[in-house]
Design a protein around this ligand. Structure first.
Ligand code: ASP
Length: 432
């Protein structure tokens, strides 16, 4: 077998294994949930299943896998961005790429939330809803906009890395990469070492990815064992509206953008994104998925390293179209549930707050709900309404994270194409 068809079958095999692991996880988790709901919670069998399996083996295997992915994020982002920005021959190009990516990220997020609110207004999932009086949820005040910008600049590079502050790591890595190109022979030596380290870390990404079937099974089985489908009940309208908006954005808007702005075929994109989708879905974290997204965007979709290493981590932090969609539907849902009308100024405020709140909020599980509390506060809606949707948020978090990472990859391809830095042969190569 030739090298590339071997690679293809390895990728296809891994994706298939992860898919099976996910389905098995859903089935196992759902069965366990049903069993645990039927059993007396204090019976030895229920305790054994809950503590030994769900909160024992599944929790350990799932969290260990998640940690392995997460531990790669900072080295992957730092190294690939240092190498990437050192390879950008022109500083103006960096500015251009940055502005284009930022504009696309913000515009797609604003479009996503507007569409989501439109659908929610149309379907009215919150009409005729009765509120749970005991509900409460702590609102987090939104940070002043000036702080968002000041916080882009790290004051301690190691602290930024230790905290996993993606935007500060991006700023520091780009500055370091630029300095390497200006530092003559010393810069070349350090850059050589960085390139070597980058190759080593990417190998490690491959090793961790090969453990995915076990990790994904454990994560999904535990989630479904804990959540089950019982919490849906009256929330089914909300759930389906979010899913519909996510599907329209993912399979309608992104393909259109790829076609119109980058003149690229859609098939290879979605085929190669399968692995990334599965990782994002099972981890519910765009951040933890960065190593896999970067790997796919660069080595399978053909985006050059300088562009991919910049747009992917940036996107994981500031681009959350899926999250914005949930926020759009949730805002209308909560307003309807409380019998409140939102006028055009309030709707606009929701779009603006949700789009801006996504800047500087790391892509980790559940962060969308924290951002939602800011959006609701700005729109003058009761923040306690969040408690209504808490119960089913984890499942939606998984789906919206898959959309978030699709947005990151779409914008990466468009920006690379506009700079003439997308290898279309690699993009179209079915063997990669
Ligand atoms: N889990 C999402 C992400 O990592 C963020 C969210 O919607 O909560 O992209």
């Amino acid at each position: 077998m030739s090298g590339s068809s071997q690679e293809k079958s390895a990728h296809a095999r891994l994706t298939r294994w992860i898919l099976w692991a996910m389905l098995l996880g859903i089935a196992t988790g759902t069965a366990l949930h049903a069993l645990l709901s039927a059993l007396d919670p204090d019976s030895p069998i229920a305790t054994g299943l809950r503590e030994g399996l769900v909160n024992g083996i599944f929790q350990v295997a799932g969290q260990a896998f998640l940690r392995l992915l997460t531990v790669l994020v900072v080295p992957v982002v730092f190294l690939s961005l240092v190498c990437g920005s050192a390879a950008m021959d022109d500083i103006r190009k960096l500015g251009r790429v940055g502005l284009r990516a930022l504009a696309l990220y913000l515009v797609t997020t604003a479009a996503a939330i507007s569409m989501a609110m439109g659908l929610a207004l149309l379907f009215g999932p919150g009409r005729g809803f009765t509120l749970d009086a005991g509900a409460n949820f702590e609102a987090r005040p939104s940070p002043p906009l000036a702080d968002t910008f000041v916080n882009l600049v790290p004051k301690n590079a190691l602290e930024a890395m230790a905290a996993g502050n993606m935007l500060q790591i991006i700023v520091f890595s780009i500055l370091l990469g630029l300095a390497l190109t200006l530092a003559g022979a010393a810069g070349k030596r350090v850059l050589g070492a960085c390139n070597d380290w980058n190759d080593v870390i990417m190998k490690l990404v491959g090793i961790v990815m090969s453990l995915a079937p076990i990790g994904v099974f454990a994560l999904i089985a535990r989630t479904f064992a804990n959540e089950g489908f019982g919490a849906f009940g009256p929330l089914i309208g909300y759930f389906l509206t979010v899913l519909l908006a996510l599907a329209l954005h993912c399979f309608g808007v992104y393909p259109l953008l790829l076609k119109i702005l980058a003149r690229l075929p859609i098939g290879p994109f979605f085929r190669k994104m399968r692995e990334v989708h599965l990782f994002a879905f099972s981890t519910a974290s765009s951040n933890a998925t960065i190593p896999v997204t970067l790997n796919t965007v660069e080595f399978r979709l053909g985006v050059s390293n300088p562009i991919a290493s910049f747009t992917v981590p940036l996107g994981a932090t500031i681009n959350m179209d899926g999250t914005a969609i949930m926020q759009g539907v949730a805002t209308i849902f909560i307003a309807q549930a409380y019998g409140l009308e939102l006028g055009p100024p309030q709707l606009l405020m929701v779009v603006l707050t949700a789009t801006l709140a996504s800047i500087g909020t790391a892509g980790v599980p559940g962060v969308g709900l924290v951002m939602l509390s800011m959006v609701l506060t700005q729109a003058g809606l009761p923040v306690e309404g969040i408690a209504l949707i808490l119960g089913i948020d984890r499942l939606l978090d998984m789906a919206r994270t898959a959309v978030n990472v699709t947005g990151d990859a779409t914008v990466s391809c468009i920006v690379a194409r506009s700079e003439g830095e997308l290898d279309t042969a690699l993009y179209n190569d079915p063997a990669k």
